[in-house]
Unconditional design. Structure first.
Length: 246
């Protein structure tokens, strides 16, 4: 719409200039035509007392005036034609420039879209890797919980053995201490795995939010690129249509 308005405005200005030139040329022709009889009559009046060569001089004056008028009309027509050609060339040049700008904008939008798509692919890959880490840590946490349960059972068994086997007090105490160490180690391992899983889950949540934002940005960029491409195609079609009509 802006391109069409600018072209229309330039055409109107150039048409106005052409009209002014044509009007000035036409006024010049009319002045010359008005002066022709006056010059001829005055020539006749001045040359009444002279010899019989008066009619030929009057005819020559009229011929010169007619030639000047015809030449002025031809020059005015040529100026009008030149102005029309200049208007058409200026209009075509402006359309071509805007079409090239639209094409450049479309290429830039496509480049941005490609960059956004690469970022999106990178984030998706990181999300998949983080999910794999979460799955692995979940399995390890399950294994740690199972080991913790086994350690607790061993600790209970050791306590039972301590009560029942006074004779094996030393051995029971060793088993009890070992069970406590194993239980503590398993509990610490379970705590570490829990912390790692929480960290991984937070990382997944962050990546999912970034992925959502990247998808939204990608969708917006894709729409902008599509509009830029449509504008470039529309400008190209207008130029082709104008060239076809001309």
């Amino acid at each position: 719409m802006k391109l069409a308005f600018q072209v229309m405005w330039i055409v109107i200005i150039l048409s106005s200039i052409t009209q002014q030139i044509f009007t000035a040329s036409y006024s010049l022709q009319r002045r010359q035509k008005r002066l022709m009889p006056y010059d001829c009559d005055s020539s006749d009046q001045r040359e009444v007392p002279r010899s019989h060569h008066k009619p030929s001089k009057a005819i020559n004056s009229k011929s010169r005036g007619t030639g000047i008028a015809v030449k002025a009309a031809q020059e005015a027509k040529q100026a009008n034609d030149d102005m029309a050609n200049a208007v058409k060339q200026a209009s075509d040049r402006i359309k071509l420039e805007y079409a090239e700008k639209a094409a450049s904008a479309a290429k830039a939008a496509e480049a941005v879209l490609s960059g956004k798509f690469q970022v999106l692919e990178q984030l998706e890959m990181e999300v998949r890797e983080a999910e794999i880490v979460v799955q692995e840590e979940t399995l390890e946490l399950s294994s740690a919980e199972a080991n913790s349960q086994l350690a607790l059972k061993a600790h209970q068994q050791a306590q039972d053995e301590l009560k029942l086997l006074q004779t094996g007090l030393k051995l029971a105490r060793e088993n009890f201490c070992s069970a406590e160490h194993v239980s503590a180690a398993c509990q610490q391992s379970m705590a570490d795995k829990t912390t790692l899983m929480d960290t991984a889950q937070k990382r997944v949540g962050l990546l999912l939010r970034q992925l959502s934002e990247a998808r939204g940005d990608y969708a917006k960029t894709k729409k902008a690129a599509y509009r830029a491409l449509c504008a470039a195609n529309e400008a190209k079609q207008r130029i082709q249509h104008t060239n076809t009509v001309n």
